[in-house]
Design a protein around this ligand. Structure first.
Ligand code: C2E
Ligand code: CA
Ligand code: CA
Length: 803
């Protein structure tokens, strides 16, 4: 459920609750009120009923009075005397008819009925005692005029011959002036259905008459109610269950009535009934219209709530959309910052955030394309710019030159004088390059570290050289930084578009190759030369050729003896690999070994060398020539997890003693991943194989660091040995290296011994072994054997190896 739906639901629930409660209260109150009003009307109807009975009583009494004075009737009654009751009855009946009464009686002073006009359908009462003797009073009005205190009715209503009859009694004086009455004249009028209907017409409510029946129970004598309801009324006989005076709600034949019981004498009661449906019609109408109003209110409130929810959620929604746009990198998103209240506050915060993100992104953008230190464009920017220039040059058939500039010995400067000075130097160089760039209209970038790049139009070689010369002059010479004079030179590699490459990546790579060539040859500047490019197609095919060299049997081993300077004996040889390329002839090992290291083929090659060297040494052993072989390893071999295990297998297969094998490796190859290398070296030395550190002095490690390695020997690099007779300094270095090595319990080998002086010098300063062209160049196995024999017999170096 989202916010809007929740607001709507809440409003709806509250609204229904309020409307429901209101409706309940209103309907209850109105219902009660309606019933009250209806009750009042019913009570008024009661009064009208009673009044009408009084009126009837009055008119009946008047009719009786008139009849009592009628001469004709008197004569008829008294002419015949009491012996003529039939004629008396006839006369009375005639007169009764005129008075509109239903029955007429003459009662003598003893209370016996003399004449009964009767009821044709019922028995005559003549000769029987009058059943209501208390009615026979001369001054009837005195008795009957006032209603009894409890509200019962006084005009006499009695049940007579199965009907309810209203009776009046007047005295009959004979003669008229007689002091006492001689007879009683009684007139009766039936209260029947027609009366009930007339009353209903008059008072507007149904009336029913209940009276005591012959069996002592209650009967319904007359009613204006419909037949069905009347049946229910009789069955329930509720007249006496209903308290008189206050109306009650009751149900008759499935309909609700408001009923009021009106006692009319000892044994007669009237019940007034008014269907509540009629009265409640207004109430129902009211409730109905209230319901409509409630519905309308609900619809209006919902519409309002909808609008409210919309106005609340709209800014939130726009915030949400803005957030999404910001996430997508659009920082121009419009936010509802003018909104009041919390949402507006949030929007303003959001806007601030958007601004700062935009600012930060701009800073990052700048950083992404510019070098922080010098402010020059960086590699990314340079590549992009170069790409643009290339597409322009392509259209215009123009040439471009990409020059990669690397400051010589920058690392040394940094190490010696500190990064601080290094940074200043880079800044100074960047400034000078920028000046050249301004003069010549070229693009300068700093690619990283001490590497700068320049791109410029190169219509011909002279123009290109001129620009490069200017760059060299700008960078060369000495620079003073913090009172230190620094002599700077740079190596520049140049690649030309389109001659050397058609895209930025290729041009940069080839400029780099040229730069390294320049650095190696100390030429200052070099143009790209495919022949020197290790990545060039030529070289790539060489890598493929090398992979096939083993299968094609193009590899051979050469062996170079080491001479023991103390005894002049030879007990050890270094194994060196030779490759005769079918087309190129001899390829220098330094070159193809580097290639094999790059392509990963070196592992296979090392395996090949080990197998063949061990096989050769085993063959010599069988011939009685016990030589220790030293095999060169590459950094990659030291990372080979199964190297030690394979070596153990090789030695075991050839039954070659492990202490007749030395593995030569350079410090730097160990330093690439010292942990792995150390584990391997420990394993290998545990077998009995010895480790020798090759090219010692060219790496960064100190002798002390070597203590961590299970090393038995160091080989002082030939660059030192070659120089030691020419430079005292170098000789000093070699001497201290030998001393330190001895202090650590290591044997020291001097390699690259090209002349006698060197050999003598090494012997003088205590070097243990010497290796070099002066002793012997690397030889094939048969040549080595001949060489050893020519030196005066085969000499075993086992004594040294076993120690
Ligand atoms: P390295 O291990 O330092 O091998 C000695 C190199 O010095 C050999 O060059 C050898 O011919 C040369 N040399 C010997 N005496 C003299 C001398 O008096 N003066 C001068 N200037 N050089 C001398 P090579 O055979 O060309 O090997 C070059 C490098 O190739 C070796 O340097 C070694 O690092 C690597 N290499 C050779 N064979 C293998 C091999 O089987 N496996 C591995 N991993 N590397 C090998
Ligand atoms: Ca070596
Ligand atoms: Ca070496």
């Amino acid at each position: 459920m989202n916010l809007r739906q929740r607001i709507l639901a809440l409003v709806l629930v509250l609204l229904l609750l309020v409307l429901g409660v209101t409706l309940a209260i209103v309907s209850r109150v109105t219902y009660r009120h309606t019933l009250e009003r209806s009750s009042e009307e019913l009570v008024a109807s009661q009064r009208m009923l009673v009044d009408s009975l009084w009126t009837r009583d009055g008119s009946l009494r008047e009719a009786a009075g008139t009849l009592a004075k009628d001469d004709a009737l008197r004569q008829a009654i008294f002419a015949g005397g009491e012996a003529e009751p039939e004629s008396m009855q006839l006369a009375l009946d005639n007169h009764r008819r005129r008075t509109n009464a239903d029955s007429a009686l003459l009662v003598d002073l003893d209370g016996v009925i003399l004449v009964d006009t009767g009821d044709s359908a019922r028995e005559t009462l003549r000769g029987k005692p009058f059943p209501f003797p208390d009615l026979l009073v001369a001054d009837a009005t005195a008795v009957e005029a006032s209603p009894t205190p409890n509200g019962t009715f006084s005009p006499r209503l009695v049940t007579l011959r199965g009907r309810i009859v209203q009776l009046v009694c007047v005295p009959y004086y004979v003669p008229v002036s007689a002091p006492r009455p001689s007879l009683w004249l009684i007139l009766g009028r039936n209260l029947d259905e027609s009366w009930a209907r007339a009353i209903r017409e008059l008072v507007g409510v149904d009336v029913s008459l209940l009276g005591a029946n012959a069996g002592g129970g209650q009967s319904l004598f007359a009613s204006s109610l419909p037949i069905a309801v009347r049946a229910a009324l009789t069955a329930e006989s509720t007249a006496h269950d209903l308290p008189s005076g206050s109306p009650q709600v009751r149900e008759l034949a499935g309909e609700e009535y408001l009923s009021l019981s009106v006692p009319l004498g000892d044994s007669v009661a009237a019940v007034l009934d008014r269907p509540t449906a009629a009265a409640l019609l207004d109430y129902r109408k009211l409730v109905g219209s209230f319901a409509w109003i409630a519905l309308l209110a609900a619809v209006l409130a919902l519409a309002g709530a909808w609008e409210l929810a919309h106005s609340v959620t709209r800014p939130i929604r726009s915030l949400e959309q803005a957030a999404r746009r910001i996430a997508a990198g659009d920082y121009a998103a419009a936010l509802p910052i003018d909104e009041a209240g919390e949402v507006g506050g949030l929007a303003r915060e959001f806007d601030a955030m958007q601004r700062s993100v935009r600012a930060r992104e701009a800073a990052i953008q700048h950083l992404a394309f510019h070098d922080e230190l010098t402010g020059l464009p960086n590699r990314n920017e340079f590549r992009a710019d170069l790409a643009r220039r290339i597409s322009v040059a392509t259209r215009e058939h123009a040439q471009l030159a990409v020059a990669l500039i690397d400051v010589d010995r920058f690392q040394d400067i940094n190490d010696a004088l500190g990064h601080h000075v290094g940074d200043h130097l880079l800044l100074a160089l960047a400034q000078r390059l920028r000046e050249v760039a301004l003069r010549r209209g070229l693009l300068v970038a700093r690619l990283g570290g001490d590497e700068f790049a320049v791109v410029f139009p190169a219509p011909g070689l002279p123009e290109t050289r001129a620009v490069i010369a200017e760059i060299e002059t700008a960078l060369g010479g000495s620079t003073e930084i913090e009172e230190v004079r620094i002599d700077v030179s740079a190596s520049v590699g140049v690649a030309l578009f389109p001659e050397h490459g058609g895209d930025p990546a290729t041009l940069l790579r080839r400029a780099e190759v040229a730069m390294y060539a320049a650095k190696k040859r100390h030429t200052g500047t070099a143009f790209y030369d495919p022949a020197q490019d290790p990545h060039s197609v030529e070289r790539l095919s060489l890598a493929g050729d090398l992979r096939r060299a083993i299968a094609n049997d193009e590899l051979r081993l050469a062996f170079q003896p080491k001479i023991d300077l103390a005894s002049d004996e030879v007990g050890e040889v270094e194994v060196l690999l030779r490759w005769t390329h079918p087309r190129l002839g001899q390829v220098p090992p330094a070159e193809f070994i580097a290639l094999a290291e790059r392509t990963g083929a070196i592992r296979e090659i090392t395996g090949w060398v080990l197998d063949h060297a061990i096989a050769q040494a085993s063959a010599w052993r069988r011939e009685g020539l016990d030589l220790v072989i030293a095999v060169n390893l590459s950094a990659l071999d030291l990372l080979h997890a199964e190297f030690a295990e394979r070596l153990r297998g090789r030695l075991a297969a050839a039954e070659f003693p492990a202490d007749r094998l030395i593995l030569e490796l350079t410090e730097s190859s160990v330093m690439e991943d010292p942990q792995t290398a150390l584990r391997l070296l420990d394993e290998v030395t545990a077998m009995g194989v010895r480790i020798s550190v090759d090219d010692f002095g060219t790496g960064y490690s100190s002798l002390a660091q070597l203590q961590r390695l299970p090393v038995r020997e160091i080989k002082v690099d030939r660059s030192f040995v070659l120089e030691m007779t020419r430079s005292n300094e170098v000789a000093q270095i070699v001497r201290s290296t030998i001393e330190l090595g001895h202090n650590l319990g290591l044997r020291v080998v001097g390699e690259g011994v090209e002349n006698e002086q060197t050999l003598a010098a090494l012997r003088d300063i205590g070097c243990d072994f010497a290796q070099g062209y002066f002793v012997s160049p690397p030889l094939s196995a048969p040549d080595l054997r001949r060489w050893l024999e020519s030196r005066g017999g085969v000499v075993a170096g086992a004594s040294e190896a076993a120690s």
